[in-house]
Write a protein that binds this ligand. Structure first.
Ligand code: AMP
Length: 416
């Protein structure tokens, strides 16, 4: 079922949202982006004349009640954003009374789902690999199904709008969907947008298609890189992860970040790129420092001739020139990960330039650009360019798994 085709009038809707918002030490919400992200879906339920039940996790309480992670702390923020009073059910697993009292046009927020270990469904207090683990896992899966069934019993219709947890098979993100028929479960507007944006690059890409993969470690993005090799025309590898590739080619990288154990994988990626006709573009020159510090002296070296005692910190102009050309020639762009230590003002230039090129390709050339994964999102925000790219993904881990080619349980549960 598509949310736009569903009329919530007279229906109780249980909506999985991602209200895992950052709080300061006094429990005040410091960034309400995630609450605002869910509003289109939440408002549609209310505007249609439905009764709205919201559920989310916050933090990692690991099955224990932790006052500092209570969603009661954000009730006012959700009320203000929604424009209606929000009621609160302080036990997500025993909310029958609050649900029964909920009228059309009213909104209810359930307490943090992860106060129940059943939400994540991982056995508690049993080590992986021990003889007891398998039995404990089986038992927990059964308890998870019961918990999901309980949540499902609160409502007539289930909506999943929590993209950030779509890669998890949790009670509220996937298992619950088993208790609704196809006409009564759907993705929310935010999830639909995320899924469409990812399909635009993975399934319906216009060519040339360029992926820019930066960040610190090859190990965390190897699956992404491998899956992209079958889809892209250009693969730009920058940032900390680039040095493993340079070392694999025999370059001198000084004390730059690298992973020796991934050198064989880096060689495989380079060979596969060649075989598949993908233009793999590594950095040509790099701005280096002798200490990992914003105030360190900066010096430029060719990327494969970094002296001992120096480490690569940012992309140098020669690299940026080459990447600019590739990016501005592209019709589809996927960007994940900064091309330098952008948290340090003095080494943020390269990442800022990439953000500008991606924005320019989008605005002037009509390219479709998807930016995702924590730090690249922070980067486009830092340079004020978030609204100049086609889509900024809100779910780093989920987006990376989707780009690795994995099926997201949160999406699959709705579609099956
Ligand atoms: P990731 O989470 O893998 O996307 O990595 C993001 C992190 O990579 C950021 O904190 C950057 O500071 C870091 N990073 C990018 N380039 C470098 C580099 N040349 N040396 C060390 N860290 C880097």
């Amino acid at each position: 079922m598509k949310i736009n085709d569903f009329n919530f009038a007279g229906q109780k809707a249980i909506v999985r949202v991602d209200f895992n918002v950052p709080l300061d030490e006094n429990g005040n919400v410091t960034d309400d982006t995630r609450i605002r992200g869910a509003l289109p879906t939440l408002k549609k339920v209310l505007a249609d004349g439905g009764a709205l039940i919201m559920m989310s996790h916050m933090g990692k309480p690991k099955g224990k009640v932790k006052a500092e992670l209570s969603l009661s702390r954000i009730v006012k923020n959700v009320s203000d954003a929604l424009g209606v009073p929000v009621k609160f059910a302080k036990d997500a697993g025993n909310a029958e009374a609050e649900v029964a009292a909920l009228k059309n046009g009213e909104a209810l927020l359930l307490e943090n789902l992860r106060f129940y270990a059943e939400e994540e469904g991982k056995p508690v207090g049993v080590e992986k690999g021990t003889p007891e683990y398998d039995a404990a896992k089986k038992e927990m899966k059964a308890r998870q199904a019961d918990f999901a069934k309980k949540l499902a019993s609160y409502a007539d219709v289930y909506v999943n709008d929590a993209f950030g947890t779509a890669h998890r098979k949790h009670a509220s993100t996937a298992v619950i969907a088993d208790y609704f028929d196809a006409g009564h479960k759907m993705l929310g507007f935010l999830m639909e947008k995320e899924v469409t944006a990812i399909d635009n690059v993975l399934k319906n890409a216009q060519h040339p298609f360029t992926a820019i993969i930066g960040g610190s470690k090859v190990s965390s993005k190897l699956g992404v890189i491998k899956n992209l090799l079958d889809k892209v025309d250009n693969l730009i590898i920058g940032g900390g992860m680039g040095y493993t590739f340079i070392k694999a080619q025999g370059g001198k990288i000084g004390m730059s970040l690298h992973e020796d154990d991934l050198i064989p994988e880096a060689l495989n990626v380079m060979a596969a790129a060649k075989e598949k006709g993908v233009n793999l573009s590594l950095s040509a020159a790099t701005i280096c420092a002798q200490q990992f510090s914003n105030d360190a002296e900066r010096k430029e070296f060719p990327i494969d001739q970094i002296p001992d005692g120096w480490e690569g910190m940012d992309a140098a102009p020669e690299s940026l020139e080459a990447w600019k050309k590739i990016i501005l020639d592209s019709k589809t762009i996927l960007w994940n990960g900064p091309v330098g230590v952008f948290e340090f003002e003095n080494f943020a230039h390269g990442t800022g330039e990439i953000a500008k090129y991606v924005a320019e390709a989008t605005q002037k050339n009509g390219a479709f650009s998807l930016v995702g994964g924590g730090d690249s999102v922070a980067a486009v925000n830092k340079f004020g360019l978030a609204d100049k790219v086609s889509y900024v993904s809100t779910g780093g881990g989920a987006m990376l798994e989707a780009i690795e080619g994995k099926v997201l349980p949160g999406v699959a549960a709705i579609e099956k």
